[in-house]
Design a protein around this ligand. Structure first.
Ligand code: SF4
Length: 421
């Protein structure tokens, strides 16, 4: 007989709820993806609602030449009275003529394009054939709210990139998931200090810098919401490296260590490279620990970052976890995180928003992490909230960002305390 000891929450029961959800759709991902791939353009094929969503999500940023737009579907398109494919071809031709800097064009599906069953995959293939000679690749993915929550837009976009990746037979570490450039540069410096030179990133900064993939590729996920992308990379031979996500000091060390060890870097060399930034980051977390220790937090499901964030907030800052909700629980990618959570954590997957709000009201957390739509009503009831979307827009991964991440949670509590004074 063998007795297996359950670690953390890897075997813990999960409350599964299916009901009304309160989350953004996958179009939101465009707001950070268009900054990442600098010569890409995202053309949403959608309605005025989609255009408004993008404008308000990106509203805080001012660009001379934005790298996204909405091709508006009018009533006659929706009624099937016009040939939407012809109209789309004309819009794309006009756009590419006006913007010769575009090297990769994404046609992004929405609820309206899905409802009328406009086949954007076929449109992208046709337009790719037309514009390839001029050096423009045309791809498609869906950001529709019927199918996707907001971080799944990135997953769908990156999965669409995988077939474009050339075959690569040499060993390499592939970091998967959009990271701020400052974070990417820090990771590159640490990997270089370990003597690891062959590190590539998906998405790349430019369409022409598409990394390769093959049987010698080890894939290290930088974001927890990339199930489809990981599957597509695995089908091209890449091997997933199980690891914590690089949030907080513990997560960053575990993530860097897992990646480097999979590439054969000796443990001592890894330790030497992480020691200094790790110590610095631990010291920087002290203020956050003093402010957040013992505070009770409730995560509504939103970005799929909830479980790694909860692990960081509990293990490194001493917060008490009341409920950790996630839209989807991908056990294959999340096992190390579940093992690192304190035993007995209340986990929920999916959402029945009314029931979950009842649990929030009963628990009266010090801080509730939720989508924008829920934040105002909860604040009106005297509760303190943190917008989940801010955690996706802000560079939060890595050692140098660990204290900033703690600060994102401390700030609303500090504001509340000031108001109460
Ligand atoms: Fe709304 Fe759907 Fe457009 Fe998203 S894709 S903005 S959910 S209509």
């Amino acid at each position: 007989m063998s007795i297996a000891l359950a670690r953390g929450c890897s075997d813990a029961p999960v409350l599964r709820e299916r009901g009304q959800r309160e989350v953004f759709c996958g179009l939101t991902g465009i707001v950070w993806l268009h900054r990442k791939i600098q010569d890409a353009f995202f053309l949403v094929v959608g309605s005025r609602t989609c255009a408004h969503l993008l404008q308000s999500a990106a509203g805080v940023m001012i660009f001379a030449e934005p790298r996204f737009a909405t091709a508006l579907m009018e009533e006659r398109d929706l009624a099937g009275l016009a040939d939407a494919h012809d109209e789309l071809d004309a819009v794309v031709a006009k756009l590419l003529k006006r913007r010769p800097d575009i090297r990769m064009l994404f046609l992004v599906g929405s609820c309206p394009s899905e409802v009328i069953k406009l086949d954007l995959g076929r449109a992208a293939q046709r337009l790719d054939g037309v514009h390839k000679a001029a050096g423009v690749r045309v791809l498609s993915y869906s950001g529709s709210g019927i199918e996707t929550t907001f971080t799944q837009g990135e997953d769908a976009c990156l999965a669409a990139l995988v077939p474009q990746m050339p075959r690569q037979d040499a060993p390499q570490l592939l970091v998967v998931g959009a990271l701020a450039e400052v974070v990417e540069d820090q990771f590159l410096r640490i990997f270089a200090a370990m003597g690891l030179g062959r590190v590539a990133f998906l998405p790349p900064r430019r369409a022409s810098e598409m990394p390769g993939v093959g049987a010698q590729t080890k894939m290290l996920l930088a974001q927890p919401f990339l199930a489809d992308t990981a599957r597509a990379l695995e089908s091209r031979g890449a091997q997933h490296i199980p690891a914590l996500f690089p949030l907080g000091v513990e997560g960053t060390t575990a993530w860097l260590t897992a990646g480097a060890a999979a590439m054969g870097v000796p443990a001592e060399r890894i330790r030497d490279a992480v020691e200094m930034p790790e110590t610095r980051a631990r010291l920087a977390l002290e203020r956050g620990r003093a402010e957040l220790g013992g505070k009770r937090i409730f995560f509504m499901p939103d970005s799929q970052l909830e479980i790694p964030l909860a692990r960081f907030l509990h293990n490194e800052l001493g917060m008490e976890l009341l409920e950790v909700g996630t839209p989807f629980l991908h056990r294959g990618h999340m096992t190390p995180e579940l093992e690192a959570l304190p035993a007995g954590t209340f986990l929920s997957e999916g959402q029945h928003v009314d029931r979950q709000l009842d649990r929030v009201r009963a628990a009266r957390p010090d801080l509730t992490v939720c989508g924008l739509g829920l934040a105002n009503p909860l604040e009106a009831e005297g509760m303190t909230t943190k917008w989940a979307i801010e955690l996706v827009f802000t560079p939060i991964q890595g050692y140098d960002q660990a204290a900033d991440l703690a600060e994102l949670f401390a700030r609303p509590l500090r504001r509340k305390a000031l108001l109460e004074v």
